[in-house]
Design a binder for this molecule. Structure first.
Ligand SMILES: *Cc1c(COP(=O)(O)O)cnc(C)c1O
Length: 390
């Protein structure tokens, strides 16, 4: 199956079919599975026999979801989680020992930043940060106990791009494990394993679900590392529910067409914003003005659905702009069919000082827009009328 095209695999991969011969994979809402006899039960628990035992370990719906993402990312194995953050945490918790060290890009998803600064230090696991524009500084941050190099690209919320191939080279040179959060790109737009990543993490809550319904997460990559992550998760219980796995696996059938349209709409929104007098900077990976346009073109199929821009007039103008929005949603999510607008400086990153915000590329006027699947003219008209009030 794995050698077929992306869309075909996404639609035709079906790991289970019951005696009813259903065309569309059914939902297996069961917490456990039964055994014929004592010997089958013994073999299943000792893992001599690969089969479903208990839905905390595996379930037909989660297995199908994992299989599809593995094919899409070119990964050997994977494990699914209740949310993107449980995938991030379980990956670190499984692979790191007390006293280990990580190197990460400075601008990472807010809760991942919280994990690095507030929780992993409880186990004496510390993280050093490199600047998005200074990838070569990674080498100086590596210590004898450094185990993981961590990054996101594109980044949230400033939509910066990191050179994944260069990160792959550095990882190899220093014998680290490269973990990439590929949430903003989805497996359709970018495959970090091709550039040397050992593990790829997704919050499936975003474009993979794509309709703002369920939480989910997944880590895929090297089989030996996934084995460790699986054993940790089997014992600690951050399992993806069969229902959410079923929803997400269905969503993957339409990922390519949805993301194509998201990107087409986002490009039009980015071009509109770039031409507007009340806007300072627009950041979208496939705009020629993006500082890392060439790298984005090299490693991504299309530019994604998130556009960052800066309204003139700082924090007040940013808030005023949001108040003027009528059609788009003010919401914390992204990757939904509905266009979502956020103002990081007054919301998700309000606890950071202005200086700290600037370090991760969040100016006071920065607005992040996750472009949805509405008619793009309507989205642009909404932005236009909100800007006219400034
Ligand atoms: C949303 C997000 C996460 C966390 O995912 P949840 O499903 O909300 O737990 C992690 N990384 C990135 C880049 C995200 O956007």
């Amino acid at each position: 199956m794995g050698n077929k095209n992306f869309e075909t695999n996404a639609i035709r991969t079906q790991t289970e079919r019951s005696q009813f011969s259903e065309h569309s994979t059914p939902l297996y809402l069961t917490s456990s599975f039964v055994f014929e006899d004592a010997e089958e039960m013994r073999a299943s628990f000792s893992e001599e026999k690969q089969r479903n035992v208990y839905s905390r370990y595996a379930n037909p719906n989660t297995s199908e979801f994992i299989e599809k993402i593995c094919q899409m990312e070119g990964a050997e194995a994977g494990h699914a989680f209740a949310s993107g953050m449980s995938a991030v945490f379980s990956t670190f918790a499984a692979l790191l020992n007390a006293g280990d060290h990580m190197v990460s890009v400075r601008s990472v998803f807010g809760s991942t930043h919280g994990l690095f600064t507030k929780f992993l230090p409880k186990w004496n696991i510390n993280t050093s940060y490199f600047d998005i524009n200074d990838i070569e500084s990674v080498a100086q941050l590596i210590q004898p106990n450094t185990k993981i190099l961590y990054a996101e690209s594109p980044t949230n919320p400033a939509v910066d791009i990191l050179d994944l191939e260069r990160l792959g080279e550095i990882t190899k040179q220093h014998n680290l494990i490269l973990v990439i959060d590929n949430c903003f790109a989805t497996p359709y737009l970018q495959n970090p394993i091709k550039f040397g990543a050992d593990l790829v993490i997704h919050s499936a809550t975003k474009l993979i679900d794509g309709q703002g319904r369920v939480l989910g997460g997944i880590t895929v990559g090297r089989a030996d590392l996934i084995r460790e992550i699986y054993l940790f998760s089997r014992n600690t219980g951050p399992a993806l529910s069969p229902f959410n796995a079923w929803v997400l696996s269905k969503s993957l059938e339409t990922l390519a067409v949805r993301v194509d349209k998201h990107c087409e709409n986002a490009m039009k929104v980015a071009e509109f914003l770039e031409s507007h007098a009340k806007i300072n900077v627009v950041k979208y990976p496939f705009l020629k003005s993006h500082p890392n346009y060439k790298i984005a073109k090299k490693q991504m199929k299309l530019g994604g659905n998130v556009v960052a821009f800066e309204v003139k007039g700082g924090i007040d103008a940013g808030r005023q702009f949001l108040d003027g929005i009528k059609l788009c949603s003010l919401s914390a999510n992204l990757g939904d069919t509905r266009t979502i607008v956020t103002h990081p400086a007054s919301t998700t990153h309000s606890k950071l000082s202005e200086e700290d915000r600037m370090e991760v590329g969040i100016s006071d006027g920065l607005v992040r827009i996750s472009v949805g699947l509405e008619a793009v003219e309507d989205v642009i008209n909404d932005l236009k009328q909100a800007l006219s009030q400034l």
